[in-house]
Design a protein. Structure first.
Length: 344
């Protein structure tokens, strides 16, 4: 994993209905069909499209490819290269095939997420663009070789994570699934559909991404948060189209507990003074140090305030209305207006 200097890029922040703050993200996904000899094209793609998150499948990376060879400025690199032990012995003989790569802008504060980690080409991270805003981002490449045991691992990975604020992107190689009707033609396809439905995920790509097939998919926990999704031209020499999703992340308001406000102008100070005078301070403050005596005094004082000074609870955001909005001022204005109407 790579780190870099702090990004100067900032999230696109907007208001929904004039009050609800949101963060707008541009997320891309494509199958590169080999990335090792396409680093200049990768830089061009990022420069032209400015993705906040980019998921790339079939990188064909192995341990000989260093992050520093291709890492774009202001992005964090997360990758999961193919390992032969992921597959049944003899399935593959070359390491430099398959693989998943996720590039994320630094302002999103991305970190690895290990809860859904399995021995398959699926990778999870979390992003935290703002306090109290956390999204789970996944990238997956499902090969058609050794597909039964690999799909079982992928299903297990999806089952283990919280999909409420979640995006899962990648090349899943399901050629015959009809995503409109949510039906497959095989037991494996239907088991994957069941996993998606059980975890309340929705597949939002509707146009083919390779030939007549929808292979490169985007799953989201709440499809209402996706402003639009589009299939775009392929990356470099790949024969897979790229997919772009515009995602809106709501920023929850911080709730604060009501606070107590004392109405000192309405306090019963005669009773307060009498009660204060009845305290045996010599006994209360004897055999204690200064800090303990101060604590006794403040506790006694506060208990008498609570007893003899009324209070009200003020909710967060409550403010005194300006004079022109208070009842008496408004009523005076109405009377003046009626008077002018009658006089005229």
């Amino acid at each position: 994993m790579s780190t870099g200097h702090q990004s100067l890029n900032k999230p696109c922040i907007s208001q929904v209905n004039g009050s609800k703050e949101t963060i707008n993200l541009k997320v891309f996904n494509f199958n590169a069909q080999g990335l090792k000899n396409k680093f200049p094209q990768l830089n061009d793609f990022i420069h032209e499209n400015d993705p906040d998150i980019l998921v790339i499948t079939e990188t064909h990376f192995d341990c000989n490819v260093l992050d520093s060879e291709f890492k774009p400025q202001d992005y964090q690199v997360f990758r999961k290269d193919r390992k032969l032990e992921f597959y049944t012995e003899g399935t593959y003989s070359q390491l430099d095939r398959g693989g998943v790569l996720i590039l994320v802008k630094l302002f999103l504060n991305p970190v690895p997420y290990d809860k859904g980690d399995v021995d398959a080409e699926i990778l999870w991270i979390t992003i935290n663009p703002r306090p109290r805003v956390t999204w789970l981002i996944g990238g997956c490449y499902r090969t058609e070789e050794d597909e039964a045991q690999i799909l079982e691992k992928i299903n297990k990975s999806i089952d283990s994570i919280d999909t409420q604020n979640c995006l899962l992107l990648g090349d899943f190689n399901f050629r015959k699934i009809d995503w409109n009707s949510q039906t497959g033609t095989s037991t494996l396809e239907n088991s994957f559909i069941d996993t998606i439905n059980d975890n309340c995920l929705t597949q939002i790509v509707t146009d083919p991404t390779r030939g007549n097939n929808i292979l490169d998919l985007v799953f989201v926990g709440d499809p209402a948060l996706v402003e639009k999704v589009s299939v775009q031209p392929p990356f470099s020499t790949s024969d897979h189209s790229s997919v772009c999703a515009h995602v809106t992340c709501p920023v929850p308001r911080i709730s604060r507990a009501p606070r107590k406000v004392y109405l000192y102008s309405k306090g019963d100070y005669n009773s307060f003074n009498n009660a204060l005078g009845d305290v045996d301070w010599d006994s209360a403050l004897s055999s204690r140090n200064i800090e303990e005596n101060w604590s006794v005094y403040t506790d006694t004082y506060q208990s008498l305030v609570d007893l003899y000074v009324p209070h009200k609870m003020v909710r967060p955001g409550d403010r005194h209305k300006p004079p022109w909005m208070r009842y008496k001022s408004v009523e005076k204005g109405r009377k003046a207006k009626r008077y002018r109407w009658v006089k005229s």
